[in-house]
Design a protein around this ligand. Sequence first.
Ligand SMILES: NC(=O)c1ccc[n+]([C@@H]2O[C@H](COP(=O)([O-])OP(=O)(O)OC[C@H]3O[C@@H](n4cnc5c(N)ncnc54)[C@H](O)[C@@H]3O)[C@@H](O)[C@H]2O)c1
Length: 259
Amino acid sequence: MSRRLSNKRILITGAAQGIGLAIANAFVREDASIFLIDRDETLLYQEAAKLKNEGYRVGAQAADITDAKAIAAAVSQAQSEIGRINALVNNAGVNVFAEPLETSDEEWNRCFDINLKGAWNCSKAVLPGLIEQGGGVILNITSTHSFTIIPHTFPYPLAKHALLGMTKSLGLEYAPKNIRVNALAPGYVATQKVIDYWAGFPDPEAAKAETMKLHPGGRIAAPEEIAMAAVFMISDECPFMNATCLTVDGGLSVQQHPA
Ligand SMILES: NC(=O)c1ccc[n+]([C@@H]2O[C@H](COP(=O)([O-])OP(=O)(O)OC[C@H]3O[C@@H](n4cnc5c(N)ncnc54)[C@H](O)[C@@H]3O)[C@@H](O)[C@H]2O)c1
């Protein structure tokens, strides 16, 4: 085990699968104590138990990030299980993709409640503790949708643009308190979310092949490749990185069009 995250007590949302789970696995292998939150109770406790059985310091609480009271309670529970939280990864998020005029108010609200307000609920729950402890780190998992748009994915990119805005805002606001707030923007990552996205096309295999072709390297990221960047951004290896965004997309978002 290397020890790049010793003394970090990190709350991770959406940690039962996908990128959040890969981040949890990477963090414990760097000696972090972690507390996992997800609304999928079964999967969450199953994954937390696996890590505990491997001897890692892990706590978990099923909660929905849109429920501010439940999140505040989970943060208190985290303190009694792994000690006071000094870092947060706002990872939980959902795709809400539609043609703009076909987006219902319910879908609009669901998109912003989870992808934006949920991250604020969690930030609000940990920030007083970070201030009292004299510093800390918040990492928001945004997306290349935070600065580029794919037609028919409305209103998800709007919420991810706003999450990047919140990153910059909180980063400036709390820099004098020694709190760093940054964003990590993945492109396509091989998780259930992307498999579900492909499944929405008449020919999912063709859709998958199209996605791969879009990428300069001909492939998409593994969740573990996003977790590697998250380790660096939470660690003390980048103490002056604040209010900014690191893109991890294999070059996807800088090309004018695929070759
Ligand atoms: N997969 C990608 O290609 C990709 C690309 C860019 C950004 N992202 C972002 O990365 C993050 C993780 O994505 P993923 O692909 O691992 O997703 P995923 O669907 O595989 O996992 C997301 C997890 O979040 C949980 N979750 C969802 N809503 C929640 C809520 N309200 N409260 C608590 N838990 C909740 C789910 O139960 C699930 O376990 C998201 O914010 C997503 O927008 C993903």
